[in-house]
Design a protein around this ligand. Structure first.
Ligand SMILES: [Mn+2]
Length: 461
């Protein structure tokens, strides 16, 4: 087994290591520096012959073994590195020191320096960070504990970050949906968000301003009351708790606010609470939170803080990959697959555009088909179009190094409908009525011809 040899040069540092103890594969070795009068501490073995190459050879360093030198003494460290270099040139060297700088250390191809103090500091900083999270959480718990019914209010058309945070806050409060429902002034509209709610077995209740009277506690997550603008119900003007990552707004009262605009997601704030609480985190909860972080930061791309990345890494070990996949890629209904089969049977890629016209389908089928379409050979653009209720809905994907998808979609729907998106994904909606008026029909061929033409033009513009 590979070993780690820790060489200590004095009683003080040896005492510290003695207290920490040696790890399973670690050996504590005592090589007193000159003038060290105290005897070999317990738990250490001495290296006879001091820092000579012969003495280091006696350590019998094998491939995979590493050496750490714990010392503040320049000459001692230099002698030790020289002896290791002579006796075991392949061995990596870690120098643990708070006072020596790079200029005090000899040249060595595989040497790193770390401060004992900074190693401990990082841990202490992290511990205090968790403590402040715990303080906030305990304050929130104490405030809401005596309330009989607490509403967790999300923004209208709640997004994954809001939904995940509502769910997690309820778990942190130890409540059930009967005494702590997730509520919103609007429905969960986007199909992928509905899929998330369904996969997690959650419910978001749509409420009116009057309905708020039934709650004697109100907590807002991922939103602040001022967002409701002039229509802000009086009940929301003064609430118990607000947890959010959007810029701080005024115009309302909250007993406890935890607003951290530097964070990419409110789920990151709440993950801090969950970590600090030391509670057992279920895969379902971890999956909801990780999806909240992912979707608000666009996969740790946009506006991501190191806290988001650390929350993501922590949640990653507890989440359920299968459940996450189900949320991110909702199951395709069979008639959606049949529509895809028909569309694929006369598919072609023209000018780099792969267009699949699906006919009437469930809305969430469309973005999934657009993802798939991009895999066609020579496709730089994938467009999936389908009819949902009285609208023509289309999802657009591209390879990323071409014109931004959002701009292209805005050009295509101009004067006809609504649309927008990001660099590589976008969505557009054109009411069938306007489409028919502009193109004289809404059958598969007309849709195909019209969209191909409009996209070719918009992409080249
Ligand atoms: Mn958010």
């Amino acid at each position: 087994m590979a070993r780690r040899i820790i060489l200590c040069d004095g009683a003080e540092i040896a005492r510290l290591w003695g207290r920490i103890g040696a790890g399973e594969d670690e050996e504590l070795t005592w090589v007193p520096r000159e003038g060290e009068s105290r005897a070999r501490p317990p738990g250490f073995r001495a290296l006879p012959g001091g820092l000579s190459a012969e003495a280091i050879a006696r350590l019998d360093l094998k491939e995979g073994d590493g050496v750490a030198l714990a010392s503040e003494d320049g000459p001692w460290v230099r002698a030790a590195v020289a002896a290791i270099d002579a006796g075991a040139p392949e061995s990596p060297v870690l120098v643990l020191t708070d006072r020596l700088g790079d200029e005090d250390l000899p040249e060595h191809p595989c040497l790193r320096r770390a401060g004992l103090r900074s190693l401990i500091r990082d841990d202490v900083d992290e511990e205090f960070d968790l403590l402040w999270n715990l303080r906030r959480l305990e304050n929130i718990r104490a405030l809401l504990e005596p309330r009989s019914k607490v509403g967790i209010l999300l923004q209208p058309d709640p997004d994954p970050d809001g939904i995940a945070c509502g769910y997690a806050l309820r778990a942190l409060l130890g409540r059930k949906s009967s005494t702590c429902p997730l509520i919103s002034f609007g429905e969960v509209k986007r199909p992928e968000n509905r899929a998330m709610v369904q996969a997690l077995g959650l419910e978001v209740r749509t409420v009116t301003a009057e309905d708020l009277d039934e709650f004697d506690g109100l907590a807002l997550v991922d939103v602040q009351p001022s967002v409701f603008g002039d229509e802000m119900p009086a009940r929301v003007r003064s609430v118990d708790v607000v947890i959010d990552h959007h810029p701080e707004r005024s115009g309302y009262d909250a007993v406890i606010r935890d607003i951290r605009p530097g964070y990419g997601a409110t789920a990151t704030i709440i993950t801090g609470y969950v970590r600090s609480a030391g509670m057992e985190i279920r895969p379902r909860l971890a999956t909801a939170l990780i999806y909240g972080v992912k979707s608000d930061t666009q996969l740790l791309g946009r506006e991501t803080s190191h806290q988001d990345i650390s929350a993501f890494a922590w949640l990653h070990q507890w989440h359920s990959p299968a459940l996450l996949r189900r949320i991110e890629r909702p199951a395709l209904p069979l008639d959606g697959l049949k529509a895809l089969g028909r569309a694929l049977s006369h598919t072609s890629v023209e000018d780099g555009i792969h267009l699949l016209v699906l006919g009437r389908v469930r809305e969430d089928v469309i973005p999934q088909v657009a993802d798939l379409g991009l895999q066609a050979e020579d496709a730089e653009w994938s467009v999936a179009a389908g009819i949902v209720n009285t609208d023509l809905v289309f999802s657009v994907r591209n390879v990323g190094y071409v014109r931004a998808a959002g701009e292209v979609v805005r050009a295509v729907v101009e004067g006809l409908g609504v649309g927008g998106g990001h660099r590589s994904m976008a969505k557009g909606i054109i009411p069938l009525k306007s489409f028919r008026k502009a193109y004289g029909g809404a059958d598969r061929n007309t849709i195909r011809k019209a969209l191909l033409e409009a996209f070719s033009k918009a992409i080249l513009d």
